[in-house]
Design a protein around this ligand. Structure first.
Ligand SMILES: Nc1ncnc2c1ncn2[C@@H]1O[C@H](COP(=O)(O)OP(=O)(O)O)[C@@H](O)[C@H]1O
Ligand SMILES: Cc1ncsc1CCOP(=O)(O)O
Ligand SMILES: [Mg+2]
Length: 337
C-alpha cells in the first residue's frame, strides 16, 4: 500500500455501516494527511457508500435495461450477471437495432473481445450515435493492442468516447497509450504498429501488468473521458487482485474477490455488463464502484461454496443475486489521494 493511502478497514459484509458522521475507526489508518483533508476523505467515503447502496437498491427495484454488443464467448454470462444483479439484458450487433434499442436502455455496453469484419464500420457508427444522443455507455477494450481491426475500432472511440472504460491493467494501459494520453511513454512513429506505442505489448484477453502499474494511465484516461463525454462525468475501472476505480480526481482501491475469477471465462466481461446496469441508474464513479464491489463479494462467496471452476460460475451468479445493497456498500474501500 502506498504512503498516500487511507484504509477504510470495514470487515466484509458487516450490515451496520453508519452513514452519519465519520468516527476515528472509519479513518483508522492515515498517512501524512492534514486533519482537514482526512475529514474530507472520510466524509466523501460516507457519501460514496450511501450512493453505492442506493444504486444497488435502485437496480433491484427498477430492473433497468442495459444493452450489450459483446463477444460470443461470454455473452450468456454477461446477460445472466446483469439479470442476477437485478437488471435486464438485450444483446444485439446490428447498428440500427442497437441504436433503436438504446433509446429504451438506461445505458449500453460495448465489448470488443471477438470481432467480425463489419464491426469496423458498425461500432464507430454506434459510438457516434451514442455520443450525439448523450447516451451513457461502458467500453471493455478486451485485448486492446492486438490486431489492426481492433486498434482501428478502439482508436475511433476517441472521438465519441464511452462514459466508463472497464478493463484489466494491460487493456487500460494500451487504450490510454493508443489514444495518445500518456506523456510518460514514447509514441511510436511506425504506422504499422497496431498499438502506436513503443512501450505497450499485446496482452491477449489476460493482463500481463499489475493494477498499480495502470494507475497513471487510468487517471489520464478518466480525465480525458470527463472532458470529452457529453455529461462531463466519467470513470475508469481497472480489475485485478485489488481493483482500482477513478474519476480522474478521486481514486479508490477495492481489495477482495477471488483468483478463481480468472479461471472462468467472462468475469471481466460480465463485470463490464453489470457496470452498464448500474450506469443506467447512477453516475459513472458510483456505477463502477458498485459493480466492482458486488463482484468482489460474489467472488469470495463463490470461492467458499464451489468445488472447482465448473461450480464456481453458478455459485457466483447466486451470490450476485443474493448480496444486499448494505453488504455491497459496506465493503472495504481504500481511498488514495
Ligand atoms: N487475483 C485476483 N484476486 C481476486 N480477484 C480477482 C483477481 N483477478 C481478478 N479478480 C477479479 O476478477 C474480476 C475480473 O477481473 P480480471 O480477471 O482482471 O478481468 P479480465 O477478465 O477482463 O482480465 C474482477 O472482479 C476482479 O476483481
Ligand atoms: C476468451 C475470449 N476470447 C475472446 S473474448 C474472450 C472472453 C474474455 O473474457 P474476460 O475478459 O472476461 O476474461
Ligand atoms: Mg477482459
Amino acid at each position: 500500500m502506498s504512503d498516500d493511502s487511507q484504509v477504510d478497514a470495514q470487515p466484509h459484509c458487516c450490515a451496520s455501516w453508519r452513514h452519519g458522521e465519520p468516527t476515528d475507526t472509519d479513518i483508522s489508518i492515515q498517512h501524512n494527511q492534514p486533519a482537514s483533508s482526512k475529514r474530507e476523505s472520510a466524509n466523501d467515503l460516507t457519501d460514496v457508500r450511501a450512493r453505492i447502496s442506493e444504486a444497488v437498491r435502485t437496480v433491484k427495484a427498477t430492473t433497468p435495461l442495459a444493452q450489450s454488443f459483446t463477444n460470443f464467448v461470454t455473452i450468456n454470462l454477461v446477460a445472466n450477471a446483469q439479470l442476477a444483479a437485478g437488471g435486464t439484458a438485450a444483446m444485439s450487433f446490428l447498428p440500427d437495432d442497437v441504436i433503436d434499442t438504446a433509446s429504451i436502455a438506461g445505458a449500453d455496453y460495448i465489448n470488443v473481445g471477438t470481432l467480425l469484419p463489419f464491426y469496423k464500420d458498425a461500432l464507430p457508427q454506434i459510438a457516434r450515435a451514442f455520443h450525439k444522443a448523450a447516451h451513457p455507455w461502458v467500453l471493455d477494450p478486451v485485448a486492446a493492442g492486438i490486431g489492426a481491426t481492433r486498434t482501428e475500432i478502439l482508436r475511433s472511440f476517441r472521438a465519441a468516447p464511452p462514459t466508463i472504460v472497464r478493463g484489466n491493467a494491460s487493456e487500460i494501459i494500451a487504450l490510454a497509450t493508443m489514444w495518445g494520453l500518456r506523456d510518460d511513454t514514447v509514441q511510436s512513429t511506425d504506422s504499422t504498429d497496431s498499438t502506436n506505442c513503443a512501450t505497450t505489448r499485446p496482452a491477449g484477453v489476460e493482463s500481463v501488468d499489475d493494477v498499480d502499474s495502470a494507475t497513471v494511465a487510468a487517471r489520464q484516461l478518466a480525465r480525458f473521458l470527463a472532458t470529452s463525454t457529453p455529461h462531463k462525468q466519467a470513470a475508469v475501472a481497472v480489475s485485478g487482485e485489488i481493483d482500482l476505480v477513478t474519476d480522474g480526481e478521486r481514486t479508490y482501491r477495492l481489495p477482495g474477490g477471488s483468483a478463481m475469477m480468472t479461471k472462468i471465462t467472462g468475469a471481466g466481461c460480465s463485470l463490464g455488463g453489470v457496470t452498464a446496469t448500474y450506469l443506467a441508474v447512477s453516475k459513472p464513479l458510483i456505477a463502477a464502484l458498485s459493480a466492482s464491489l458486488l463482484f468482489n463479494r460474489a467472488g469470495e462467496i463463490a470461492e467458499q461454496q464451489s468445488n472447482g471452476t465448473g461450480t464456481f460460475q453458478p455459485h457466483f451468479l447466486d451470490a450476485l443475486w443474493n448480496l444486499t445493497p448494505e453488504q455491497v456498500a459496506d465493503s472495504p474501500i481504500i481511498v488514495t489521494q
